[in-house]
Design a protein around this ligand. Sequence first.
Ligand code: ATP
Length: 293
Amino acid sequence: MRLKAMAKINLGLDVLGKREDGYHEVRMIMQTIRMYDILDIRKTRRPGIVLTTNLPFIPTDQRNLVYKAAQMLMEEFDVEEGLSIKLRKIIPVAAGMAGGSSDAAAAFVGVNRMFHLGLTEEQLMERAVKVGADVPYCIMRGTALAEGIGEKLTRLPEVPKCYVLIGKPGINVSTKTAYENLNLEGIGKHPDIDGLIGAIRNNDLYAMASRMENVFEPGIIRQYPVIGNIKNLMEEKGALKAVMSGSGPTVFGIFDNRDKMAAAARSLRKSGLAKTVFATDIYNRDGGVTNDK
Ligand code: ATP
């Protein structure tokens, strides 16, 4: 069985405050894009999970979210057979694109189907949050408002047709550091998430792009100017807007024209600013949890 684990971008990201348990209260607009890891899974007679990946530096034991997700479901349902999982990573790792969370989401869906557990999407999402705050969204996919720690989801209408250019510099930004460096009292103006939702509801690409914003961006760009350079290049080359995704360092640019995006991608490659350059478009969910097209 082959599953596609889709990456996400944050069209908008705001942090409202810190809760007593240490987690942050967020308000984010999540959007799935057509960039995916591939999971090939098959049953084995030997019990247990054997996970392999094409990247030597990511763990293949319980520390991998795929392993964690599969193990959680298989234990709950006393599955006696084993599972072999081949994970092919395309989504950049630790990039703010929910790669690990999406892989875990695909594992939940795959195990449910493979062993005929009969769980609904909602029941999978309830379990998924134990693996990570973004995993329920990665099961749901499409356009959504995420609140709470990211697990309270409200589906939004599809965003207008557009093209997405991904540029990830060769640096690592830890999500933990990004939160620690965020001075909540010092935030002058928060991203206009409600305005962004309004633009999406009006199906207005230009209004949507102009309201895209990420509360982490100023602080992270101060620390890593290359992120700002990628943003500027994309906007000079015709992006309606370019914004950092999640806690970075990936930048995405939104275009209203595929040729313009392709030209911007060429310039970005030539500039050497980004280690990963990937031209794609948004993915609008069109058939529920079993749809992997
Ligand atoms: P988010 O947008 O949710 O913050 P991210 O893109 O920043 O996600 P990931 O790529 O999901 O980060 O993973 C970051 C860390 O998690 C890596 O250091 C990696 O070792 C570990 N990890 C665990 N499982 C996976 C997986 N399936 N794919 C990639 N990384 C994984």
